[in-house]
Design a protein around this ligand. Structure first.
Ligand code: ADP
Ligand code: MG
Length: 660
């Protein structure tokens, strides 16, 4: 039912509601209060100084209006509160003057100043009942609170019924109240208990509904039959035992999960979430080996040439029995054609490359495994294109260095299986992180010099390429180069790299940096991507307040990739609570939790657009327990076909072609 059919809503109000994304009566009833006002009258003598309170008062003198300047006035008058006579002041309510008649009983909302014997009111209310709970809604211009409350009340007192999306068995299991009660309590609660019950119901309902869909997608993915294999575990084990280091528990667990997926008949669709430096590459290598042992080819796609090349060198070292090629846009045409031929003939066991792998000429003979590194940097299309190569559907493994809380991952990537590598190889030293203001920049320059004298290298990061975009307060890449050359009297090799440069220019500079020809590399965040420069022991980030915690953490992960002590200087003139988190910890999962707390789920870690998941009442952050439970339940509901006879959920499954 559209809202214009609701009594009392005309075309003008309809437009206002539409602006708020409210089109139907159901939308309106699901427009929930963002907070509640607990009305409880207080006695003046019981009030603390400047405590906010509701106080009953009797008007003693006619209010006088004082105009301070345009659009700024205040009213002043005397009232009686119990046996006390008190002066009242309230700003910008000149329009109330005529309503405030001597002898009228009112309720003052505001603070009492004991010394001045004066009450500074933020609001004056008439006919306000004691011990009531008042819902507060976000309003937009043109929409009066009274009107909204009345419209909602009209719906609540009507005969309209709203679907309860929680299947009965879960309503019973958790003693959830009915949908009708929940809507009544959330909009018109009599006590806090009712609010609690209503919230539990509505939050669970929202999560159940959401996770049902995402779980259905996951199951649908799983229906795709994969390759059935029989991997020789002894050979895998002997490979593991010959590694130069001991794998962490999480690495081993992840490898076990992957091998189980590979052996199983369902297609693998797994995401490995692990912080920078947690050792995801070796996990990928073991997967490639297992795939090879069962007689299949693999493709490994990285987001940049440099990274692809680095993986190529690393993996060749570990898997020297395999025929491995590097395929990037860089190669000459002849070389490419040669590689295409070899792949087509099935002579290649592993192709490592950039999105050049997606090229139509790349045709595999027996592609069994696709690995996508730093998956969040590829578009969905690119990721999928690689999976469509070859007759059979290959298993797919995604790697991501964006650590996020499990509850959040569940919402974002609920359609994938998830492995988390939380622990890091312990030989690593934590990167020491230090916040400095620009005035203290000398400390930082000395430290840079010290590190360079030790033969190490330094990353410098700025949020901007040059100054045109914004004025002075930002140190752009270009400006920083000038400043640093001046500071070091042109005696140190400094170069810049940024996103607007051509790919081959960038590659050349990274090459020179890797070969230590360049000592200080100034960049924008292009170096965020997982490149390994073990000799870089210091990073200086200017205007650090401009970056999100996620970005700072990713950036900082570029140093400390060896057993030397590394440093990260965050330069900022602002006192910034967020930056302190960086000083506190090197743990990406911890930092993401903090980011989550401080900024909410909105633009968390920039993983996907914030608009992707918006809940009306549930919060991934505060209600994560309910989320995990609802997800479990909706999975059970699906797997055990309990959705049959529930037309709402059956329809959802039809829409995603789940049932055929
Ligand atoms: P990322 O997860 O960021 O991709 P890498 O896989 O590149 O991390 O690993 C970073 C470094 O840590 C590599 O040099 C790798 O050889 C090393 N490494 C990986 N696992 C371990 C381990 N269990 N113990 C010690 N070093 C390890
Ligand atoms: Mg990596």
């Amino acid at each position: 039912m559209n809202i214009e059919q609701l009594k009392g809503i005309g075309p003008k109000n309809q437009l206002i509601f539409n602006k708020m994304d409210i089109y139907t009566v159901e939308d309106l009833i699901n427009y929930f209060p963002y907070k509640y006002l607990f009305i409880c009258f207080k006695e003046l003598k019981n009030l603390e100084d400047n405590e906010s309170a509701f106080v009953k008062a009797l008007i003693l003198t006619p209010p006088k209006v004082y105009y301070i300047r345009r659009n700024f006035n205040y009213l002043s008058f005397m009232v009686k509160i119990s046996e006390f006579e008190v002066n009242v002041k309230i700003f910008n309510r000149a329009f109330m003057q005529n309503n405030l008649k001597v002898g009228r009983e009112i309720v003052l909302v505001g603070k009492y100043d004991k010394i001045k014997n004066s009450f500074l009111a933020s609001d004056i209310r008439f006919n306000l009942e004691n011990n009531k709970i008042e819902p507060k809604y976000h309003l937009v211009s043109g929409l009066k609170e009274n009107f909204l409350v009345k419209a909602i009340d009209t719906i609540l007192t009507s005969k309209i019924n709203f679907n309860d999306y929680v299947p009965n068995e879960y309503n019973e299991k958790y003693n959830l109240i009915s949908k009708k009660e929940a809507l009544n309590y959330i909009h018109k609660p009599n006590n806090t208990e009712e609010i609690k019950k209503a919230k539990l119901k509505l939050i669970y309902e929202e999560f159940f509904n959401y996770t049902f869909k995402i779980n259905a997608l996951k199951l649908k993915n799983k229906k795709v039959l994969g390759i059935k294999r029989n991997i020789d575990q002894d050979k895998v084990d002997s490979f593991l035992s010959e590694l130069p280091f001991k794998l962490t528990t999480d690495q081993l667990q992840t490898i076990t999960e992957i091998i189980k997926d590979l052996n199983g008949e369902e297609r693998m669709n797994r995401l490995v979430l692990g912080d920078v430096g947690s050792g995801k590459t070796i996990v990928a290598i073991v997967s490639i080996l297992a795939n090879y042992l069962s007689g299949y080819e693999a493709a490994f796609m990285a987001p940049t040439e440099i990274l692809a090349k680095q993986h190529y060198e690393t993996i060749k070292g570990y898997l020297n029995n395999l025929n491995i090629v590097l395929l990037t846009g860089h190669l000459k045409k002849k070389e490419k054609l040669q590689i295409y031929d070899q792949i087509k003939e099935g002579k290649i066991d592993l192709v490592i490359g950039t999105h050049a792998l997606i090229n139509d000429n790349v045709i595999f003979k027996k592609l069994g495994l696709v690995i996508i590194d730093e998956q969040h940097l590829f578009g969905v299309k690119q990721r999928n294109a690689l999976q469509e190569k070859g007759e059979i559907k290959p298993d797919v493994l995604y790697l991501s260095a964006t650590p996020i809380p499990r509850s959040y991952a569940l919402c974002l990537y609920g359609d994938l299986d998830l492995s988390m590598i939380k622990t890091k190889p312990n030989k690593r030293k934590e990167v020491k992180t230090i916040i400095k203001t620009e005035k203290e920049i000398k400390d930082c320059l000395y430290k840079m010099l010290e590190e360079i004298k030790l033969g190490h290298q330094v990353f410098v990061v700025s949020p901007l390429i040059n100054d045109e975009e914004e004025k002075n307060e930002i140190n752009s890449v270009v400006k920083l180069k000038e400043k640093l050359e001046l500071a070091f009297q042109n005696k140190i090799e400094i170069a810049i790299i940024h996103g607007k440069m051509k790919q081959n220019e960038k590659d050349q500079i990274m090459e020179d940096f890797l070969n230590k020809k360049i000592k200080i590399l100034i960049s924008t965040t292009v170096i965020e991507v997982g490149i390994d420069i073990p000799n870089a022991t210091m990073m200086v980030i200017f205007n650090a307040e401009r970056f999100g915690l996620a970005a700072l953490h990713q950036l900082r992960g570029r140093v400390g990739r060896n057993d030397l002590q590394s440093y990260c200087y965050l330069i900022s003139n602002q006192d910034n609570k967020r930056l302190k988190v960086m000083e506190e910890s090197n743990d990406g999962f911890y930092i993401s939790e903090k980011d989550f707390e401080q900024r909410g789920q909105g633009d968390l870690f920039g993983v996907r657009q914030s608009g992707d998941i918006i809940f009306k009442i549930a919060s991934i952050q505060n209600d994560s327990k309910i989320l995990l439970q609802a997800s479990k339940d909706s999975m059970d509901y699906l797997v055990n076909h309990k959705y049959k006879n529930n037309s709402y959920y059956e329809k959802i499954l039809e829409e995603i072609n789940f049932l055929d």
